[in-house]
Design a protein around this ligand. Sequence first.
Ligand SMILES: Cc1cc2nc3c(=O)[nH]c(=O)nc-3n(C[C@H](O)[C@H](O)[C@H](O)COP(=O)(O)O)c2cc1C
Length: 364
Amino acid sequence: MIFDFVDGGAQDESTVRENITSFDDWWLRPQVLNDVSLRDQSVKLFGQTMPTPLLLAPAGLAGLVWPRGEVAAAAAASKAGIPFAVSTASSCSIEEVRAAAKGLLWLQLYLWRDREVTGSLVDRAHNAGYDAICLTVDVPLSGSRERDLRNGMTIPPKIRTKNSLGVLRHPGWMIKMAGAPVTFANVSDGHRGRTLALGAYVNSQLNPSASWDDLRWLREKWSGTLIVKGVLDPIAAKRLADEGVDAVIVSNHGGRQLDGAIPAIAALPHVVNAVGGRIPVLMDGGVRRGSDVLKAVALGASACLFGRPYLWGLAVAGEEGVSRVIEILQTEIDRDLALLGTPTMAEIYGQADRLLMNSGRRTL
Ligand SMILES: Cc1cc2nc3c(=O)[nH]c(=O)nc-3n(C[C@H](O)[C@H](O)[C@H](O)COP(=O)(O)O)c2cc1C
């Protein structure tokens, strides 16, 4: 049940699959006889140097895979010097995560029905010294995740006939979880005194009427770095730059929202083109290899977020597991920089014409 919650996506999961396979639509064109003995994968984002163009994407209830999962992931990100985006739906409060990690932290936010609740999260992020707000705009309501329906997965999870066998087959998980009940730690205040269960409360806060006016309200309220996540449309991306957001993330929520939505790597060049260098463009969805990161950077991404890979690391070994996943990706990026004949990220950024060739399997 928990594996499916992480691995799965909306309906037929075609976007989940295409996010990954669409990286194969691009081939890399290695440069030769370049001195690649010294390599540097660092990039600059919002004036700060990051050791690698990687970030941990926001993932709600990471505490389902490892006790206090967000604290563990944040600690690993902090050690690696990369930002961690804490989900509004995290199982540890944003203050707990801040206390555990000295590094760069973003708060992922939704424009909820109750502006006061959204506003109080923004204030808390400010007070806790969060470095950026990452506003997710692709959840007017929740995507239909059929694996979860089939498994009787609810939030917080309950043991029922449908899933009891799976739970019993994972005694190690049960023991680990016994001391760390999973809850939406950030929203308990808003929930207090209400009759709805917490999961239902969070769902009831999703706001299909959120609009550009709400974005403007947030832009006025939060003067720090504001990033908008969940953009596939170039026209929307251009408008977001006009509205004064500081970056956009090309993302289809890892295929968990609209099934059939454009794979992130296919949408990326169009968004980059529309934004025209005014603000950084980041991307996530299907990043599994160092070479995926190089392709995204060549297509104009300033950095890539990734979700499921670090959740797998977290499930296996907590903080250490996340560190290992980051390390694997960094090692792959380093080797691929050499093999591509481009020792720095700056030499790759935006160089799709020279460094990539469309495989022609599909016309993009
Ligand atoms: C288990 C899980 C929970 C997620 N929860 C959130 C969330 O709370 N907020 C959000 O903006 N995105 C959420 N996402 C989407 C990720 O931030 C990211 O867009 C996606 O995982 C990228 O695709 P990848 O898993 O292929 O790397 C979640 C993804 C997963 C797998």
